[in-house]
Write a new protein. Sequence first.
Lengths: 343, 343, 327, 327
Amino acid sequence: MSDAMVAEKPAEKTAKPVTILQALNQALADAMAEDDKIVVLGEDVADPEEGGVTGVTKGLSTRFGETRVRSTPISEQAIIGCAIGASLAGYKPVAEIMLMNFTTVAMDMIVNHAAKLRYMSGGQTNVPIVIRTMTGAGFSTGGQHADFLEAWFAHTAGIKVVIPSNSADAYGLMRSAIDDPDPVLFVENMPNYWTPYPAFDAGHRVPIGKANVVVGGSDITIVSYARMMNECQMALAALGEAGVSAEIIDLRTIAPWDQETVLASVAKTGRLLVVHEAVVPFGVGAEIAAVVQEKLFGKLKAPVARVGAPFNPVPFSKPLETAHVPSAAKIADAAIALVQGNH
Amino acid sequence: MSDAMVAEKPAEKTAKPVTILQALNQALADAMAEDDKIVVLGEDVADPEEGGVTGVTKGLSTRFGETRVRSTPISEQAIIGCAIGASLAGYKPVAEIMLMNFTTVAMDMIVNHAAKLRYMSGGQTNVPIVIRTMTGAGFSTGGQHADFLEAWFAHTAGIKVVIPSNSADAYGLMRSAIDDPDPVLFVENMPNYWTPYPAFDAGHRVPIGKANVVVGGSDITIVSYARMMNECQMALAALGEAGVSAEIIDLRTIAPWDQETVLASVAKTGRLLVVHEAVVPFGVGAEIAAVVQEKLFGKLKAPVARVGAPFNPVPFSKPLETAHVPSAAKIADAAIALVQGNH
Amino acid sequence: MLTNSHTPDAATQVEMFRRMALLKANDERSRKVISTGRLIMPYYSYRGQEVIPAALSVNLTDDDYLVTIYRGIHDMIAKGLPLKQLWAEIAGRIDGTCKGKGGPMHLTYPKKGIMVTTGVVGSSMPIANGLGWASQLSGDGRVAVATFGDGASNIGAFHESLNLASVWKLPVIFLCQNNRWGEHSAYAKTTPVARIADRAAAYGMAGIHVDGNDPIAMYGAAREAVERARAGEGPTLIEAMTFRHYGHVFGDADAYMDKAYKAEWVAKDPYPIFRAQLIADGAATEDQLAGFERDAEAQLDEAVDYALGSAFPGLEQLSSDVYGEAA
Amino acid sequence: MLTNSHTPDAATQVEMFRRMALLKANDERSRKVISTGRLIMPYYSYRGQEVIPAALSVNLTDDDYLVTIYRGIHDMIAKGLPLKQLWAEIAGRIDGTCKGKGGPMHLTYPKKGIMVTTGVVGSSMPIANGLGWASQLSGDGRVAVATFGDGASNIGAFHESLNLASVWKLPVIFLCQNNRWGEHSAYAKTTPVARIADRAAAYGMAGIHVDGNDPIAMYGAAREAVERARAGEGPTLIEAMTFRHYGHVFGDADAYMDKAYKAEWVAKDPYPIFRAQLIADGAATEDQLAGFERDAEAQLDEAVDYALGSAFPGLEQLSSDVYGEAA
Ligand SMILES: Cc1ncc(C[n+]2csc(CCOP(=O)(O)OP(=O)(O)O)c2C)c(N)n1
Ligand SMILES: Cc1ncc(C[n+]2csc(CCOP(=O)(O)OP(=O)(O)O)c2C)c(N)n1
Ligand SMILES: [Mg+2]
Ligand SMILES: [Mg+2]
């Protein structure tokens, strides 16, 4: 990733806030306006079908035509296969798999094909596709509609994984994902699509593989991503009350994740808490913990700790669903315990 | 898991060695003879189709009939769905997905359904199926036939994952997997199907969730599983020469893994190396490292280290394929470096 | 394409209507309870599709198996799902069928053969095959029904399932409720064949195309398929033509549909038509049918009260029922 | 079911034979080199299936796309895969098409439109659709061909792909090489329909059932499908009947087949039949055809020498080509 092309621009703080949904829609529209090789496909993505079930692709087919923005049958293998094939012929498809749980019906196309064709062809071909998918608990959708499976894809060589937590990053990561010469899984959070976040400059890029230090601090580093960034920031009040100064890092890219930024921060604070909505065991937090304990061996003041969902499917019942997802309180408690040595 | 039912019997060392292939075949035959609810399905599993491409199910349909041992079309979703449905009606299907890479076409059935039905039904139903699948580099099969994906399933609540490294464990784990009331992914290693290992008593069980301390030692703990256990044991010579006393643990079950045994060993040795054939990032080693660095914080003499495949698809070319898979030499080097403090 | 010669007798027709009355009232109550904010859940209204499960279920026993989908509460009530446990479940309460853990998309009630409800398009079918295989293995004569929508006929699981069921001659009924829309997509935009029932030929399977809003025709189709399955003569694909009146999910106003088209279909609501027909035929009196409707409301009053009066599951439920205990 | 009225002229027939001679010689050489231990790889012999790609490829240009499978080396050589790079690849050498990283199951050569070779059953089809979509978007008239086996027609990807190709009218040819066995399973044990071509009707697609061992008929089928695709009239499913002479994979002796059945099919080897026919028709002389065969052997001598003389990739290749550089 050359710095010149993807230099990060700070979000413009003065303009009217935009939602993640608007940011994604604008990123797609801006990219399509610049490059007619960019095409969009997925279930209900075109305007006669309302431009996506949540409206991320609204207006695109009206503006760019239904040949470039195409609603598909309910056929996830066909969707990803179609994206792969078109990319081999020079197009840059952005494919939607409506929910992350439905990537399960397209894993062969994603993992055995999209991720591997560059390598298996000895570099003769590549698969510059973006796979958009949404997920997240909070809407009482139960066990098959809200899983976070990013660790699976991060364990797969040949694909990248990004998960924005706000509108500027959603825009900037989408533009970088479309620019990227390899498949990028782009994970969107259903429950904060409609949250307004600070505006940003059109055209800006957030480089893939670069984390963002959102809040500076000295006692503990908290690494998180996606909607959990909101919870981490809400935990700041309790942390402040307890006299704990936390540095909060938004990972933004899960694969390849920004070891440099995370290690520099933990080298400074001596403590690390990783927070994600996915279940804890074998999740993204495990890899981060494994790398940090190795690279900073003997320099940590506390073990690397993880906060995530307990090891069960996402429950339907509201109190259980709420308890399933990490909260600001749980994050604050875990961070305070680490700093106070109660681990 | 009640101890009475699955008490582990030591392998019988005097009898003629048996291969893993024979052990699996015998486990299936013994279980089917005892319980007529056990049925087998998968591509080419019945005897008119040669009892499986490698012969694991050979003889079963001749003995138990083609209604209980049924070859299927090439339809992995249908295979797992069929196993799930039959299990809901009181049967105990053992389903074969020929190669682990082909689980990718059945992930919805495995992850969204088999693993979750007990939970989503509030315990009214359960899915006692065994999913057999084989994998492993070494046969020049290239990028789509040799992946180790156990970390994906270990990240999924509701399914268990076992991987035997020898014939006694293959038999004992298969019997336990069939006994188990929940779905068990049973991973077999193609490259050591035909290796003879010590014999065992018919009927013995290896409890799921119980690791095996194969070699005692005091300087470092090496945790591994599957065919990599052979490489670990071959590393003993070099370790001995370097004056390193290694304790080697065969994990056998990946989910739920035996934290108690691993932690007890590392508490004693102060050092841990995890070895697996899967790519390192976001692999099983990450979870083990994350737990161990937390539970034994301040008690480790070296960081937890990992040896696994580099982060690329499995290559075809022999020298690359060989270099891709962890070797005894690489394991010994890593262990010696940890003990000598060169990390 | 096969036709049928089965006609339900008057008593059966009245029983079908009774079940329809319960389904219709349950849908109306669900939408009302949700729109007044008393319950929060994704709700997939089946209003307009009541004939299909009513006609199917009178041909089944409690032992027969059902695997249904997110839009399947009508299928389940017709099959015998008790309203109190249903409502407690969709209210997320401990007294629900699934202790509140499953919710509306994963309702399960094995006592009445309701084995799986899935939220993944197409995934009812592979599992129904396994239930059918179990019947075949044990010889117990049970039939397994998978319900699904028109959109689901384009996904891989449909193909694999129908192929396997046919080659193994499984006692399975693949019941496609063709309401002409898959989410916001019209049938013709996703499906290049005039009739889904015609796809049965690709599997050497019997295929029935039927007006799923016609109770007599639908009864006949279901009857024929059930008899074929029980006789060990293999699976059937039924395409039952119908229409959903209230959008894909609660809150969706069908803006993507032509208004006149929708109005025409809503006007063909099978419920009042069948009701009038039964009275005209002398099969039932107005009082009798009104009695069913009053009874449905009373049952629903009781069920909603029961549900809202039931406790939420305690946090100890969060991570239980993930794995069982070994025997 | 459509029939065709395309007959190849004599020169085209001779060219088809020339390609067949190369394919047959390549297969024989492969088995020889493997059985003498000079190469180690999983090898899926296509001996007996040479007519199909020979007749297809003379109807394609270098720009047309091919997505094939593990049993697809015949498809690729006919499409123009150079033998030296092919052999270097299957020998795992750096001069192979894929630097030795892909091997026989993942041969790729975009210069001749050979875009993907997959080892996963059914997975050629979804990708071919995307190549066809690209042609449709750019209007460049390229045709995309997906090859696959009879067993693959039972997997979900087949269904989703044919459905999408038809509803989008993609310029794709789904070429099923029906050799009557999927690994060790006989067609009838897994597939409940007499002809795979009949499945085209389930997608409103043109389906052609053709004797894939008859060069003239196979040429006509391919020609018709290519013309339909180029004219923007959509996809075609071709079921080309054939037989593989040497087991599923090298080392498999077809023990699961009836011996007489196999012998009968081997006796119908299309290669000597077509050879004799060309001479009898006066389309070619014995000398000419023998010349092709000698030439094939000479090319193979050169290719094998080239391959075995090429270096293995260095270890720096192990983790390269996983990701590219951003532009
Ligand atoms: C594999 C998968 N893809 C997408 C979805 C999202 N989705 C839920 S319902 C639906 C439409 C299904 O339409 P149809 O099969 O006709 O059933 P209907 O809802 O009309 O009853 C879609 C696309 C899903 N649940 N599963
Ligand atoms: C999804 C998947 N399942 C199983 C396999 C293992 N497998 C490889 S080839 C094959 C048989 C395919 O038969 P067919 O499609 O008829 O092609 P043929 O080999 O006869 O050319 C099978 C089952 C696979 N490669 N992919
Ligand atoms: Mg529908
Ligand atoms: Mg075949």
